[in-house]
Design a protein around this ligand. Sequence first.
Ligand SMILES: CC(C)(COP(=O)(O)OP(=O)(O)OC[C@H]1O[C@@H](n2cnc3c(N)ncnc32)[C@H](O)[C@@H]1OP(=O)(O)O)[C@@H](O)C(=O)NCCC(=O)NCCS
Length: 192
Amino acid sequence: MEIKVIEETVKALKDYGRVSIAFRVETRFRVDEIDNGLGGFRLVEERVHPPYVKDYDCDKGEGPTRWRNQWNIDHWGVLSAFYGNHRVGGAVVAYDTKNVFMLEGRKDLAALWDIRVHPDFRGKGIGAKLFQRAVDWAKSRNCRDFKVETQNINVPACRFYAKRGCKLGAINRYAYPNHINEVQLIWCMSIG
Ligand SMILES: CC(C)(COP(=O)(O)OP(=O)(O)OC[C@H]1O[C@@H](n2cnc3c(N)ncnc32)[C@H](O)[C@@H]1OP(=O)(O)O)[C@@H](O)C(=O)NCCC(=O)NCCS
């Protein structure tokens, strides 16, 4: 299957958002602490009853067309995957942007802000291609570090990032007051 990845401007975000980011949550990583954390943490995959669909775009204020309400996204990278004329996925990289907590005020750190592959096209290597293009985009802007946020309820994404060479850098069990059953996981990669 020939997939082309092209860079677009942020004007394409409306079309970008037409590819669903939703996924089915069937398992999650439970975070077990040993000796109140002094003995470490262990992530244990467990089934979720009943399974449900998570769609980040449905969270308040979220979704590709709303990002610009909160941040200046003019310098963000939009990478879009096409199968022929059919948009099948995309990745957005954030970098050098004021008030983006993830970016820590640094100019040599980029964050994979979003990655999504059309549900019918998942598991075919498109995500891996987008991820690599996102890393290359960050490298070409002299970034040395690359970060991505996900949650314990997105087991497929965690496995995907681990396979791409990311290391689990942070576990925050208190990051989401509106989703208290979700744990924030920050994956990191050195690209310098
Ligand atoms: C996560 C996502 C972008 C991955 O894209 P994809 O095109 O399905 O992934 P690929 O086919 O490129 O897979 C790349 C590798 O990750 C692994 N992987 C992908 N999905 C996986 C899954 N569900 N479980 C285990 N491994 C998985 C593949 O085995 C593959 O390994 P390989 O490189 O050794 O062949 C895609 O599944 C998606 O759009 N999910 C919903 C949106 C989402 O959760 N975005 C991330 C928000 S943080």
